[in-house]
Design a protein around this ligand. Structure first.
Ligand SMILES: Cc1cc2nc3c(=O)[nH]c(=O)nc-3n(C[C@H](O)[C@H](O)[C@H](O)COP(=O)(O)OP(=O)(O)OC[C@H]3O[C@@H](n4cnc5c(N)ncnc54)[C@H](O)[C@@H]3O)c2cc1C
Length: 405
């Protein structure tokens, strides 16, 4: 089987790229190791433990690709405020959508919901979808890449896109170098029911061990649900994961200063080791890396999938322009335009998250003082805060057309 473009990975990022190129006149195949089924959505079903804070830019991209109605019809929770504070000091900062005349700062959505809304669109399109297709081998064959799947099937293409996530097989098999380091943090993620309403606010407390986020979820009337991301040192994460439900809820409530009252219930907990990874190059002849295959960052700012969706939208834009000009899409000349537009933006976001994480993990008194004073100073300056808010909305920098209003 041969295609003009093969995308490995039909996750949120790979599916976004495929749909953004739906009308490009290219023969596209998307391969994924999972079954790619879309199950009917049950609004009473427990929340998925993995959620994303989708930025305004990601929402616009999903709207343009007609996938947002599928998200909104399932389960989504808008938030208009963000409250961040230092648990071992007095500094705090408050952001609001109203400060930049926006309706919302973003939406908290279960990853499964975004994924299913995109898959629904993919199943209805002319794009070739190969479910249960795990890539195992990759090599050059003439001008093409030759992909061998776990079941022995072979595929060929002149242009391959790796959207196969943090442990990308494409990246490994193609020998792409990365810079990576352990954050020495694990994230515990789960959904919890609280005593008090979340008030459409994303909450983040920086503890001495790491950030703890309570992200608002759309619970049924009278029930107040949040998704939590509790980043802490591995030994502590293991201890917390092993606690029984009552003890876990009590510790979580204390760690969060019971800002939403007591934590009444916690769903199944996942414990995820956090690693920062960045590919030294996003492109080589006939190959591009996007999303987590190109970069993974600390979840404290909830930006991972937002960066990935912008990668997908920019790569699609670059390929569409090149096609209009009659250029060969697999050429470095073309693919480098994508890298030039996305790498500086992704690196800046990763550096900011790294700085934040170090600042909040630092123990010396001077640094503690600095972060408390710093938070209060930013909080007092409307224009500095608006800058942060625009960053969180994903509306700063070199935006692709799909993310523009
Ligand atoms: C605790 C935590 C909290 C987070 N919170 C947020 C947040 O609030 N906001 C946010 O923006 N981001 C967040 N992120 C990051 C976000 O989850 C990721 O950036 C996002 O899921 C990456 O999407 P992706 O499509 O690139 O990769 P993935 O979602 O990993 O998709 C990869 C796809 O490739 C397929 N695949 C893998 N290997 C193969 C193979 N060999 N052959 C074929 N197919 C293959 C998989 O089946 C999968 O479908 C968080 C991450 C963590 C760990």
């Amino acid at each position: 089987m041969r295609a003009d473009l093969i995308i490995v990975g039909a996750g949120m990022v790979g599916s976004t790229l495929a749909l953004a190129l739906e009308h490009a006149g290219l023969e596209i195949i998307v391969v994924d190791g999972s079954p790619l089924n879309v199950a009917p959505f049950d609004t009473c079903a427990p929340f998925e433990p993995r959620v994303s804070a989708l930025s305004m830019a990601s929402q616009r991209i999903l709207q343009r690709l007609s996938a947002w109605p599928g998200v909104a019809a399932r389960r989504v929770c808008p938030y208009g405020e963000m409250q961040v504070w230092d648990g071992s000091g007095t500094g705090s900062i408050h952001f609001s959508a109203a400060s930049v005349h926006a309706d919302v700062l973003g939406h908290i959505v279960e990853n499964r919901v975004v994924q299913d809304a995109l898959l629904e669109r993919l199943h209805d399109s002319q794009i070739g979808l190969l479910p249960g297709a795990r890539l195992e081998q990759l090599r050059h064959s003439g001008d093409d890449w030759l992909l061998t799947l776990a079941d022995g099937r072979q595929l060929r293409t002149p242009l391959l896109v790796a959207a196969d996530g943090a442990n990308s097989a494409v990246r490994r098999l193609a020998g792409c170098a990365t810079r990576e380091w352990d954050y020495l943090h694990h994230a515990i993620v789960t959904s919890v029911r609280c005593e008090q309403p979340h008030r459409g606010t994303a909450w983040q407390r920086f503890t001495d061990d790491g950030p703890l986020a309570f992200l608002p979820l759309a619970g049924s009337p009278g029930e107040h649900w949040c998704s939590i991301v509790w980043s802490t040192v591995p030994t502590e994460a293991e201890r917390l994961t092993a606690l029984d439900d009552v003890a876990f809820c009590a510790e979580l409530g204390r760690a969060f200063e019971e800002r939403l009252g007591k934590v009444l219930h916690a769903d199944r907990r996942l414990c995820i080791p956090l690693r920062q990874r960045h590919a030294k190059r996003y492109v080589e002849p006939g190959l591009a890396l996007i999303g987590d295959a190109a970069h993974t960052i600390h979840p404290l700012a909830g930006q991972g999938v937002n960066l990935g969706m912008l990668d997908a939208a920019v790569l699609a834009e670059v390929l569409l322009h090149a096609r209009e000009r009659g250029e060969r899409l697999e050429q470095m000349r073309v693919l480098s335009r994508f890298e030039r537009r996305r790498m500086p933006h992704n690196l800046a976001m990763m550096a900011a998250m790294e700085g934040f994480q170090r600042l909040f993990q630092a123990d010396p008194l001077a640094l503690r003082l600095l972060r408390n004073v710093g938070l209060d100073m930013v909080d007092a300056r409307a224009e500095a805060k608006a800058l942060f808010v625009r960053q969180a909305l994903g509306l700063s920098g070199d935006l692709p057309e799909l993310a523009k209003a």
